[in-house]
Design a protein around this ligand. Sequence first.
Ligand SMILES: [Zn+2]
Length: 308
Amino acid sequence: MKTALITHADCLGHVTPDGHPERVARLQHILHALEPLDLNRVTAPMAAEDDILRIHPADYLHDIRAARPTDGFKQIDGDTFMSPGSVDAAFRAAGAVVRAVDMVLGGEAPNAFCAIRPPGHHAETSTAMGFCLFGNAALAAKHALDHHGLNRVAVVDFDVHHGNGTQDLLWDEARALVITSQQMPLWPGSGRVDEDGAHGQILNIPLAPGSGSAEMRAAYEGQAFPRLRAFQPELLIISAGFDAHQDDPLANLNWSTGDFAWITSALCSLARELCDGRIVSTLEGGYDLNALSAATKAHVEELMKAAT
Ligand SMILES: [Zn+2]
């Protein structure tokens, strides 16, 4: 079986103002880079309203819908904008991760990558922020737990920014292990090691500005992988942000494209050992178009190798 690539053209309909880093061209570059790969290409459905309500309250969903402009842009946070197509894009992004979980748990795909935007890991329970509207990774976890009846799901977030939204949405969820590495200090400022969840099930891994492969590999081998082994997840969800890349303009870590292949390969090995290889990966950040598309391709190629 092939790795599933789940996306939808509606995700290109979420438009941001000129000069905004989270732009349509990101997804265009990724899709172009993935074009030659032999993937199971799947059209993302719209998430159902009930899917969104697994993680966000009804009044938040109402506010997001109400904020949709009929033309131009609506700014809903210091750096988060909506265009007329943003609500549909957000529902496709959420629908993609739900479909990915259904496929991987249903035996239709060994693993899946959701090429989506807007990203999700900064969206908190009732607060859109950091280019994010709905918490896609947390939704994937909740869908696997509540709809499919799993008992243990792990989320690994290697985006350079702290996955504050995922942490917030899963803070009380004892069935979800959340591991998030981030440059610190860096926006949004959270992600200290003492932020460990209501059940001690959140592991924050701060990384120093300027650090690179060696520090990242030591942190994952020393902290993240043992926690994953101890937790024994039945599904692994990856918040795949590629802005820890050395060429990224928004942060100062020095990961190479090869580091993204390394971490993906390591997570695939762990998933094979722990949960039949089941991985759902979803796109978060990454703002240098060439670095983003190369690192995403390296990530998906490792998922493909693990699928054979
Ligand atoms: Zn990021």
